[in-house]
Design a protein around this ligand. Sequence first.
Ligand SMILES: [Zn+2]
Length: 200
Amino acid sequence: MRKYKKSKPPSRWVYHCGILSAFRRQLLRVAHREKHSAWLRSFLVIGIGFDIHRLVKGREFILGGIKIDYLYGLEGHSDADVLLHSLIDALLGAAKLGDIGDLFPGTDPSYRNISSSILLKRTLDFISQHKKRFKVGEVDSIVFLEEPKLGKKKITIANNIARLLKIPTDRINVKAKTMEHLGPIGHKKAVAAMVLVVAE
Ligand SMILES: [Zn+2]
């Protein structure tokens, strides 16, 4: 009867090599993931902005660069566009370039009643002077106000912001929220806005 040679069990060396290569594969996987997240970090940046202005009589109510019909308007040195101011701060935050007060001091008479759309354009120019690459990806925002109801105006505002930022409208979202009659916003004494920007 023919004798079959019994195959040898793997040597201890081969066994350890197997463990080592599995360990190496795992290390490479982690390194790749780390590299990938570092790569993501080097491209994606975020910024937040918040602003609040008092509601007063005798001023136009400008929100996101759009005139809103209302009995009151927002008080401020410029046109007091609370949403665009918040957006400017979020952009500067994403670019790590300070805040709106650094860029446009409230004490500077040249900014009296200036349109915040102009301030936004100057902010984008300022960022592009300091950053080799800065591209706005997404914008989400909340306007805190008791009155007036924004309704379809939210879309108009989003379209206008998209135009000002030169990005597609579907990258912008504008939400409105009442304060359930609580605090100065709930008592129609002020309007606030919060903006989040993701840029690359
Ligand atoms: Zn402001």
